[in-house]
Ligand binder design. Structure first.
Ligand code: HEM
Length: 82
């Protein structure tokens, strides 16, 4: 989990316009073995929902959360191998 958290953090920082220190796999390659095991839209939806709920809990505005969700949606196809 420590490695996963570090990769997630670096990827999100880069995806949301911060410095690019991400050196992990691209989203298609990083999740291909999970797609083989049944990763689908319902799992992606759950991740986006949890992220939104966490940001709400932290007091982030709905407008900014909408922007975050929009960025997440740009990788849905790659994460799910579509
Ligand atoms: C916004 C959508 C997502 C983003 C930005 C994201 C980001 C990442 C990143 C950066 C990695 C590391 C890739 C590497 O190994 O170099 C990763 C791996 C992984 N992701 Fe995601 N992910 C997303 C969606 C999901 C979903 C929906 C699931 C499952 C519910 C998931 C489960 C995993 C798991 C289990 C790994 C580790 C795979 C391994 O090391 O064997 N991810 N993800």
């Amino acid at each position: 989990m420590d490695r996963q958290i570090a990769k997630q953090k670096a990827f999100m920082t880069m995806a949301f316009g911060g410095p690019n220190n991400y050196s992990g796999a691209d989203m298609r390659r990083g999740h291909a073995h999970l797609v083989e095991r049944g990763l689908n839209d319902s799992h992606f939806d759950a991740v986006v929902e949890n992220l939104g709920a966490t940001l709400t809990e932290l007091g982030v505005s709905d407008d900014l959360i909408g922007q975050v969700v929009a960025v997440c949606e740009t990788v849905r196809g790659d994460v799910l191998g579509k």
